[in-house]
Design a protein. Structure first.
Length: 299
DNA sequence: AGCCAGGCTGACG
DNA sequence: CGTCAGCATGGC
């Protein structure tokens, strides 16, 4: 079946095969710091890369081959979920053309080409990015793994023990000491408070249809969520392609690429981000990848 | 060994 | 409104 004028997919033997996916790069996308639960695993014949993950409570193995992307298991009716998760219905060719055409951004493209912004589950994104504050990617992933082992559902898959991301109720009923024990540090009470708000019925999905500014204001009411974390949640789980998280890497990259290494005023930075356009958030991911790959701004 | 990391909170101007 | 110390923890 055709999709978006290019991509094509087929469900066969419990496996979803997606082909004609342009320059999609699973390796970069799963390993670029947007999501923390993708675990690289051994490749088999013909596979470029392979990962385990648990999505909405179900373990999967996703691989990229010469032909495209394959996800197993996938039941009939689940195709759309995975296509949406990997954002394969979007025309990234057009976005990468935008980057190539912008002299400030073009340098990011060769290394970052093929990145896709995944559509994660909002609660998982909320908790994950609260944990991400003033932290490094490796340690963030470790804390999240231990959180899942602490109170997520235990699953067996291909001989591996895996854990689902826990429910809001499960996280909400943890004690602060349990979270500090797994390394969450001073974020422990923020995690519990925010999970309680969700467990008590706050629906993050409603932020999907709100304006970027209104949705951000809503997220800023959560403990442990500031401007940067709010933008991560909006970009990585709620479809706001113009949410532009500014962390230390992006700040350094923007300074160099847009301002000749002269730190701009806040209003100037805001203007620069707006000038990137309605896909600025997605493009941010290319900038982030490039900045880290070349250790931009560091010796 | 000491700086750093997908920053935020609360206090103070 | 903007600025800023303090913050848990382990990666490098």
């Amino acid at each position: 079946m055709r999709y978006n004028g290019g991509m094509e997919y087929e469900l066969k033997n419990d496996t979803l095969y997606i082909t004609d996916i342009a320059d999609f790069d699973l390796d970069k996308s799963a390993d670029c710091g947007q999501a923390f639960r993708w675990k690289r695993c051994e490749t088999r014949a013909g596979e470029r890369c392979a990962f385990y993950c648990v999505l909405r409570g179900k373990p999967i193995r996703a691989v990229q081959t010469e032909a495209g992307l394959a996800v197993r298991p996938c039941a009939k009716g689940e195709e759309a979920f995975y296509i949406r998760y990997f954002d394969l219905g979007r025309d990234y060719r057009a976005i990468e053309e935008l980057i190539a055409a912008d002299p400030r951004l073009a340098v990011c493209l060769p290394g970052a080409r093929g990145i896709r912004v995944f559509n994660q589950e909002p609660f998982e994104a909320l908790i994950s990015f609260i944990i991400s504050a003033n932290n490094n990617i490796k340690r963030i992933a470790g804390i999240i793994d231990r959180l899942c082992a602490l109170c997520g559902e235990k699953l067996e898959f291909e001989g591996q023990t895996m854990f689902a991301f826990p429910s809001p109720d499960a996280v909400a009923s943890l004690k602060t000491e349990q979270l500090t024990a797994i390394g969450a540090g001073y974020r422990a009470p923020y995690i519990i408070e925010s999970a309680k708000k969700i467990a008590e019925g706050y629906d993050l999905e409603k932020l999907r249809d709100m304006s970027l500014d209104d949705a951000r204001k809503e997220l800023l009411k959560f403990k442990g969520v500031g401007p940067k974390v709010a933008d991560c949640i909006l970009l990585f789980s709620l479809g706001h392609t113009d949410a532009f998280p500014i962390d230390v890497w992006i700040d350094r990259a923007m300074n160099e690429l847009f301002f000749g290494s002269v730190p701009p005023k806040k209003a100037e930075m805001k203007e620069a981000v707006l000038s990137i356009g309605k896909y600025s958030g997605i493009i941010q991911q290319y900038i982030f990848f490039h900045a880290r790959a070349v250790q931009l701004g560091k010796k």
